[in-house]
Design a protein around this ligand. Structure first.
Ligand SMILES: *[C@@H]1O[C@H](CO)[C@@H](O)[C@H](O)[C@H]1NC(C)=O
Ligand SMILES: *[C@@H]1O[C@H](CO)[C@@H](O)[C@H](O)[C@H]1NC(C)=O
Ligand SMILES: *[C@@H]1O[C@H](CO)[C@@H](O)[C@H](O)[C@H]1NC(C)=O
Length: 326
């Protein structure tokens, strides 16, 4: 009996060792197969990964039917010398501010413009090896005390508008400006590292731009522009697109500068952060550089709440990030 038991124990041990060996071999083979499989899997999927339109974690042009229903990437944002405005877009645009100019007048001015500014192709297409981050910086009082300066400065493209300036407010609004959106009435000195982006609302605005850089009759501002090397002009057809597609074509109005800048940023960037839009937490509408007297309120957003709703939609659908300030 004892011998038999010994024998059984011995056998059990052998079986156990054998099982361990089999498991080891099996595990080894499994790992080999698996790694070969996962390699094949990786090789198979990597071209798909490469085809992502941009190098960010999430690219603007992906997913979301609501967004795709609004965003039309074939609408070219900026004028170029080759660009020919569709006649219906010109006719829509010239009524915004009762422009009496004809399409011929318009073309003449645009031709002059491109004689002054060498034509550039503005590539607004996303690229798989780039993640273009943009900060759109509005002028709201809610920036004051926000300490957003460093965050704003960390973006590749920083777009400010109209009277927005940095001097004296660096901690809250940052120091860099790559693009400054303005129309003649809000012109200011930009320096030579900032693109001047003109939103034209009439042929006269384009004529003003030509004069500002030459010696025409509207030269008051010429001195300020001596150093500006980069000028971009928003296409009237882009304004029409923002009005009709993004704002659902309301009568008797046209999109605000702030709203058009947000839509423009969706066309130029892969990740958009929006600062300085809306009222401050007291409900005051004013600019961050202004000192309000007691009880002075601005009930702002002259273009109504619809624009703000669309921006909120974009935020909820994570197409942009809103920084609400204070
Ligand atoms: C997008 O814009 C292009 C150029 O303006 C236009 O031809 C096309 O119809 C637009 N697409 C949609 C879906 O609106
Ligand atoms: C930009 O302006 C600065 C000083 O105002 C000057 O030193 C520099 O050469 C200018 N750069 C260009 C490209 O014009
Ligand atoms: C905002 O409005 C409040 C009244 O609700 C006022 O007391 C306050 O001074 C205003 N804020 C600024 C920054 O002027």
């Amino acid at each position: 009996m004892t011998r038999y038991r010994k024998f059984r124990l011995h056998l059990k041990c052998k079986v156990f060792v054998l099982l361990v060996c089999i498991s080891a071999v099996y595990l080894f083979l499994y790992r080999e197969t698996y790694s070969r499989f996962s390699k094949t899997f990786f090789e198979y999927t990597s071209p798909l990964l490469d085809s992502s339109p941009c190098a960010c974690q999430k690219c603007l042009s992906e997913g979301d039917p609501w967004f795709i229903g609004h965003f039309n990437k074939s609408v070219q944002p900026f004028l170029t010398s080759e660009y020919n405005i569709p006649e219906d877009a010109f006719n829509w645009w010239k009524h915004l501010q009762n422009d009496r100019s004809s399409l011929t007048d318009y073309r003449e001015v645009v031709d002059k413009l491109f004689q002054i500014f060498p034509n550039r192709q503005y590539n607004t297409e996303p690229s798989p090896d780039k993640c273009r981050t943009c900060a759109v910086v509005g002028n709201s009082m809610n920036l004051k005390g926000s300490h957003y300066g460093a965050l704003i400065d960390s973006h590749d493209i920083i777009i400010r508008m109209n009277g927005g300036h940095t001097q004296g407010y660096e901690a809250d609004v940052g120091t860099r400006t790559t693009h400054h959106v303005m129309y003649p009435e809000s012109a200011m000195d930009l320096g030579n590292t900032t693109h001047l982006v003109l939103f034209p609302f009439k042929t006269m605005d384009l004529r003003w731009l030509v004069s500002a850089f030459t010696t025409g009759s509207i030269t008051v501002l010429k001195a300020n522009y001596e150093f500006i090397t980069q000028v971009m002009v928003l296409s009237p057809a882009f304004i029409k697109y923002v009005h009709e597609v993004w704002l659902d074509n309301p009568a008797h109005t046209y999109p605000s500068t702030g709203f058009m800048t947000v839509v423009l940023s969706l066309h130029m960037c892969d990740e958009v952060s929006v600062f300085g839009f809306g009222a401050d937490s007291d409900g005051n509408w004013s600019h961050y550089w202004e000192k309000l007297k007691d009880k002075q309120f601005r009930t702002g957003l002259h273009k109504g709440p619809y624009e703000f709703k669309v921006i909120q939609q974009l935020s909820e659908r994570q197409k942009l990030e809103m920084f609400k300030g204070l």
